[in-house]
Design a protein around this ligand. Structure first.
Ligand SMILES: Cc1cc2nc3c(=O)[nH]c(=O)nc-3n(C[C@H](O)[C@H](O)[C@H](O)COP(=O)(O)OP(=O)(O)OC[C@H]3O[C@@H](n4cnc5c(N)ncnc54)[C@H](O)[C@@H]3O)c2cc1C
Length: 492
């Protein structure tokens, strides 16, 4: 345990808290990241479109505009450092009528003023060349070649791991219940009665950032949860070159058809205000809305190839901009209202927060002498040549035991992940790191095997291995135990 009080405590292990931790971990200070769940990237950072935008359709002079533009560029530097895959495949906004074309022309002009690479295409052949899957009704596209895709939870996990390598203390399962301040030290208390002390707090609690701010008497903003639903399709079921947007409306950038880093593709999200910050269920109405939206953009959607649905919640506010700055209490920094493009802006936000800490909180950062600038991902079966694989199997036969056939994941990889920097306690943690359960069968075949490996490697009773932590039990009881209890030893 690091000596308390910590210099800085970050509340929230989403992509924003992770990016801030990663940025600050290179300096000589004690840093703690506090997260209520059993893993990082369990909130909005695990359920979004994974698009790295290019500053388009943001309000002039807003933080969203400046931070997303700055951040987009930082991905080329940070992703190789973290060993995270990122592809600049480009995004297109489509117009299907003259009114939409006018909107795209306006955005074209604004993007040029922002010095962003952009192209307005109206030539039919060129439109088809850019994206052959486009619907014939598309009359023009606004093409942003530097937009990209990333797997958001992979980025978040990588940033936290890199921070841990450089001395970050990660507190999982610590749900902040209330905060007190005495003699310039914050005491952060969890619902279970644990305490963490820190001189400075960074509030990056996503949809709950308003509740955290209220704990110190700051009620200057409220988060309005806005749900976005998705339909995910099987690998290689539609070959897409680009991220395809409609012409945006005032509420959101609209329903997208886009590829993922792992060759799936998705349609979504819609944007609906809801009452609950936990409302990540999908609805029949919402899924229909998404399909209709997708069909306006592409010629066909292979409905039978859909593999799952999910939803994420935007932490929106009435200002429609990010809220980043020192709160009414000194040394308490809000990083709130981080709705889209928050993933894109994460690296820029971290840089901006670093400046706030220097300018408004009195920090003078000195780089650690033993700072480790890179983090390596674990070796994957799919990356190995036949001879490399044969060598691996000779050393460790677990490399030859295929656990997930959809995503090609072996026992050796799962065992290694179990003993990684963040302690594995549930099956979704393995799913987010290695992808068993993300494929066509959605874990139908591999889930019991993954549970067995976690149980063995982490010393957890099989029945107590959960899906996402807390009470998300997968197995209630073994049938033979249940039968003997029900029939009290009678022969079946
Ligand atoms: C449908 C949808 C699509 C999107 N698409 C994109 C996109 O393509 N590109 C883009 O740039 N952005 C996109 N975004 C926005 C982006 O996903 C978010 O801006 C980003 O994930 C926000 O990260 P965060 O760290 O602020 O929040 P979160 O990821 O929600 O992290 C906050 C963390 O705080 C923790 N926490 C909360 N309360 C407490 C407490 N009391 N104690 C301890 N921990 C607590 C939570 O468990 C959570 O892990 C999208 C968002 C949605 C919903």
């Amino acid at each position: 345990m690091s000596k308390q009080p910590y210099d800085i405590a970050i509340i929230g292990g989403g992509v924003i808290g992770a990016a801030i931790a990663q940025r600050l971990a290179k300096y000589q200070l004690s840093l703690v990241l506090i997260e209520k769940e059993e893993d990082v990237a369990m909130g909005t950072s695990k359920a979004n479109s994974g698009i790295i935008h290019q500053g388009y359709f943001t309000t002039k002079g807003s933080l969203k505009e400046s931070l997303s533009l700055r951040s987009n560029k930082l991905f080329d530097e940070v992703c190789p450092q973290l060993d995270v895959e990122f592809k600049r495949i480009g995004a297109i906004f489509c117009a299907t009528n003259e009114k939409e074309l006018k909107t795209l022309e306006g955005e074209f002009k604004e993007s040029r003023e922002r010095n962003v690479a952009v192209e307005l295409v109206q030539d039919r052949d060129r439109i088809q060349e850019i994206e052959p899957q486009l619907n014939d009704q598309v009359i023009a596209v606004l093409h942003f070649p530097n937009a990209g895709i990333i797997t958001p939870w992979e980025l978040t996990i990588a940033m936290v791991e890199h921070s841990i390598i450089n001395g970050l203390k990660l507190h999982l399962g610590f749900e902040v219940a209330y905060i007190k301040r005495e003699k310039q030290i914050f005491q952060i208390n969890s619902v279970k009665g644990q305490k963490i002390e820190a001189k400075t707090i960074i509030n990056a609690a996503g949809v709950y950032s308003d509740s955290i701010a209220k704990m110190i008497g700051d009620d200057s903003f409220n988060i309005i949860p806005r749900r976005g639903e998705y339909i995910m399709f099987d690998k290689n079921s539609l070959q897409l070159n680009k991220i395809i947007f409609p012409t945006p409306n005032v509420v959101s950038k609209g329903i997208v058809v886009a590829p993922t880093m792992h060759n799936n593709f998705f349609v979504g999200p819609n944007a609906n205000e809801i009452d609950s910050k936990e409302g990540i269920n999908t609805t029949t109405q919402g899924l229909n809305e998404i399909l209709q939206g997708g069909l306006k953009l592409v010629k066909k959607l292979p409905i039978r190839k859909h593999i799952t649905n999910f939803a994420g919640i935007r932490a929106s506010t009435i200002t429609h901009d990010f809220i980043i700055g020192v709160s009414k209490l000194s040394q308490f920094v809000n990083v709130a209202g981080i709705d889209s493009p928050g993933l894109t802006s994460s690296l820029g936000i971290a840089e901006y927060v670093e400046k706030i800490l220097q300018n408004d909180c009195g920090y003078k950062f000195i780089e650690k002498r033993n700072y480790i600038p890179t983090r390596k991902n674990q070796i994957r079966y799919a990356q190995l040549s036949e001879s490399e694989l044969a060598e691996k199997i000779k050393e460790n036969p677990q490399w030859g035991n295929m656990i997930c056939r959809c995503e090609l994941v072996t026992e050796a990889e799962i065992v290694e992940a179990c003993h990684g920097l963040i302690p594995i306690t549930n099956t979704d943690m393995i799913k987010r790191r290695l992808r068993p359960g993300m494929g066509r069968c959605q874990g139908g075949f591999c889930l019991p095997k993954v549970m067995k490996i976690i149980s063995r490697e982490r010393g957890v009773i099989y029945e107590q291995v959960t899906k996402t932590g807390r009470d998300s039990h997968i197995v209630f009881k073994r049938t033979k135990n249940l039968c003997s209890e029900v029939f009290q030893g009678d022969q079946l």
